[in-house]
Design a protein around this ligand. Structure first.
Ligand SMILES: [Ca+2]
Ligand SMILES: [Ca+2]
Length: 180
């Protein structure tokens, strides 16, 4: 996991569900918690709630949403998976994979403990959709060098984009339990 960008989980007694916090250690180290909440000023927040409904209403400019039943996991949208290609996605503040997937998020019994499965995955990866990768292979789409390097690194590591990387990409999506 990127040491500069971590996630914390906690159960919440006031609103049933799992709360997932995105911690940007650089922001926390720079601003701390004692100077007018500067830790959460600007586009990158030091402490941000990852809202399970994917609506990010707590960050909406001028919004009055102070949290709702869609924010905890699984919450009102029954979102049980948090991974690199889900909505919201487990990405760091540079848009690269944070290195884990949570799935099977559930409450074991009413008012009781939360449970989930944690799977560690590569950090710093580029998130791509299958049509984009298909296009790159067929020459109809152009990927960044970082994306090409990431696909090859997670594929057959021969220094170029090819079918071996495409197969590895598909298999990784299946392991993560997300549609390619
Ligand atoms: Ca919400
Ligand atoms: Ca390759």
């Amino acid at each position: 996991m990127n040491p500069a960008c971590t996630f914390r989980t906690r159960s919440c007694a006031k609103m049933p569900g799992l709360l997932v916090w995105h911690i940007d250690q650089g922001q926390v180290t720079t601003w701390g918690f004692r100077s007018g909440n500067r830790v959460n000023v600007g586009p990158v927040h030091g402490v941000a709630l990852v809202q399970a409904d994917g609506l990010n209403q707590l960050r909406a400019p001028g919004g009055k949403n102070r949290g709702d039943a869609g924010d905890p996991w699984p919450g009102s949208t029954d979102n049980t998976v948090f991974g690199p290609a889900t909505t919201p996605a487990a990405l760091d503040n540079q848009g690269l994979t944070a290195g884990f997937t949570l799935d099977s998020i559930r409450q074991l019994q009413a008012g009781g403990a939360m449970a989930f499965r944690l799977t560690l995955t590569p950090t710093g990866g580029v998130v791509l959709a299958l049509p984009t990768v298909n296009g790159a292979l067929l020459g109809t789409a152009t990927l960044s060098q970082a994306a090409l390097d990431s696909l090859d690194a997670q594929g057959n590591q021969n220094g170029r984009l090819d079918l071996g990387d495409w197969l590895a990409f598909l298999q990784a999506k299946q392991v993560a339990g997300v549609a390619p």
